[in-house]
Design a protein around this ligand. Structure first.
Ligand code: DGJ
Length: 532
């Protein structure tokens, strides 16, 4: 008996060593991705703290939000100006505080390296850099205009960022052996506003030179809609996109080097976030942040910054057509979908379902904590509620959702502004989702288009369905076409340790009159159908 117990214990330790010692990693299979945490797919049910909330005095509000929202991961900035206030002297006390307090609150962290670029500017570089503008220059706009954006052509800035970021990653390697930190965002919304590129003499000389060979490969040119065989200067190859593409190449090469140096020390997943451009109208970079990882320059970033695992869209656009297009553009076989920021508006919560259905690794509204600006605590908690409700239901089944998402078993629809019904094909069944509340014949449209449904195919006739503000019904298609059918069983319940625990069987008024309904609080239903 004792012997058996000892063996079991040894096996547990061996298993623990194998899994808990594992670094978080992003894997890809058949064009789908997963973030592995402790060796298994993990879904970031996240929230991002405000920009100035990574200070010890502000953290109580962050942990309060974590608790209220049922987050499993907090995204929070770390500041170059604090970490290296004196050149070469590193202070990791705030990083330590974050690690300790996150562990005490049982959440993971995604750290945001606010450094050379923060929303296109250099505002988080240390004072000693700001005081030496000649050594750490900003870019020069047309007609010598001063531009509030660091130059990606400064070797001194690059070396300083590499040194500091490498120190951060080396520190994490030794201070975070339990992997509280899952990923690090390198810089924040890099790019430049008010000038498409640097027009300084140094940059101009590079711009007048030839496009690097790495960008002239036929697959890269094709992805950029340029005919194969093009070569020459930036202007000759890229025409009216030359300024932006040059800026994208310059910034991605810089950030790619920072990332590669940090990763060489401690290979955590690294990503960059994008201030988006309109995804539907192909605008020019004088209307958005030039050179950042916008959808049109993803191929340039992929070539220049291979140490960056993924390019992530910050969702502040509105309208379902636009947002869904953005999700499509960033969900690519070579790019894992992750939404690190979404504006804290009610109907953005629905995109959590779309991200999961596309196999994305996480979602995170921005500004979850009470930072003393803007909204009252009551207003804030009202704005957080749609996310908190979803996370409360999703967190007990987070590992299952992540695994199903990786396996491509999840489909979702979200309500558009026209409130039109939508369909989801599920083998020999088709689900029709209509949005609104009340019964089929007295349906009331949703005021805000926030309805959503996510369906997980568990078997030929068995589905897990989550949703809010909608109805769902089924039809027979494919090999079931034309056959009569009925619900075999519809159960409402929740997940507990990988097992669905029914609360009740829904029947009668709860499944008649147009099928099972979801109110404004999300529910999990296990639905079994049968043909007669
Ligand atoms: C996007 C940035 O990435 C965030 O840091 C923040 O500045 C928000 N915009 C706006 O509050």
């Amino acid at each position: 008996m004792l012997k058996t117990t000892a063996w079991c214990f040894a096996l547990i330790l061996l298993y623990a060593g194998k899994t808990f010692g594992q670094l978080p990693a992003i894997i890809e299979k058949d064009g789908r991705h997963a973030l592995l945490v402790d060796g298994k797919p993990y879904l970031i049910l996240g929230g991002q703290a405000h920009n100035s909330s990574g200070w010890p005095g502000m953290l109580p509000q962050v942990w309060q939000a974590v608790e209220n929202m049922h987050l499993n991961t907090v995204e929070i900035p770390i500041y170059w100006e604090q970490i290296e206030a004196q050149p070469g002297k590193f202070d990791f006390s705030l990083v330590d505080t974050l690690l300790q307090q996150a562990r005490a609150h049982n959440v993971h962290l995604v750290l945001l390296w606010f450094a050379t670029w923060k929303n296109g500017s250099n505002h988080y570089t240390p004072e000693w850099m700001k005081k030496d503008a000649a050594k750490y220059p900003n870019i020069t706009g047309l007609n010598d205009k001063h531009i509030d954006s660091p130059s990606p052509h400064s070797r001194a800035t690059l070396d300083a960022d590499i040194k500091a970021f490498t120190a951060v990653m080396a520190y994490l390697k030794q201070a975070d052996t339990q992997h509280t930190v899952l990923m690090v965002q390198v810089e924040n919304e890099s790019g430049s506003w008010d000038s498409m590129r640097d027009y300084s003499p140094t940059a101009q000389k590079l711009f007048e030179g030839n496009v690097p060979a790495a960008l002239l490969k036929s697959d890269v040119l094709k992805a950029l809609n340029i005919p194969a065989g093009a070569k020459g200067t930036w202007q000759q190859v890229f025409g009216d996109r030359a300024d932006e593409y040059f800026q994208a190449w310059s910034i991605s090469s810089f950030i790619g080097q920072v990332a590669a140096a940090g990763k060489a020390v401690y290979p955590l997943p690294l990503y960059v976030n994008a201030a988006l451009r309109d995804p539907l109208t192909n605008p020019h970079a004088n209307t958005y942040e030039s050179g950042g990882p916008t959808d049109n320059v993803i191929p340039i970033w992929k070539v220049a910054a291979p140490a960056i695992d993924l390019l992530a869209p910050d969702i502040y656009l509105s309208g379902s057509e636009r947002v869904l297009k953005v999700l499509d553009l960033y969900d690519r076989p070579d790019n894992t979908l992750f939404v690190p920021e979404a504006g804290l508006i009610a109907d953005n919560a629905k995109y959590l379902y779309e991200v999961i259905a596309r196999g994305g690794i996480g979602f995170s509204p921005f500004g979850i904590d009470d930072n003393g600006h803007g909204s009252t605590p009551e207003e804030l908690s009202k704005r957080l509620a749609p996310y908190a409700q979803e996370y409360a239901v999703a967190s007990p089944m987070m590992r299952e959702l992540a695994q199903w998402a990786f396996e491509g078993k999840i489909k979702a629809v979200v309500e558009h502004e026209d409130h039109a019904e939508q369909t989801i094909d599920l083998g020999a069944w088709q689900a029709t989702v209509s949005f609104g509340s009340d019964r089929e014949n007295t349906i009331k449209a949703n005021v805000v288009p926030d309805g959503k449904v996510m369906i997980i195919q568990l078997g030929d006739n068995k589905f897990m369905v989550m949703g809010t503000d909608s109805h769902i019904t089924f039809h027979t298609i494919g090999k079931n076409k034309g056959k009569a059918w009925q619900y075999l069983k519809v159960e409402e319940g929740s997940y507990d340790n990988g097992v669905f625990k029914p609360l009740r069987i829904l029947n009668g008024d709860e499944t008649d009159f147009g099928g099972p309904r979801f109110g404004n609080m999300p529910k999990v239903l296990q639905v079994e159908l049968i043909v007669r």
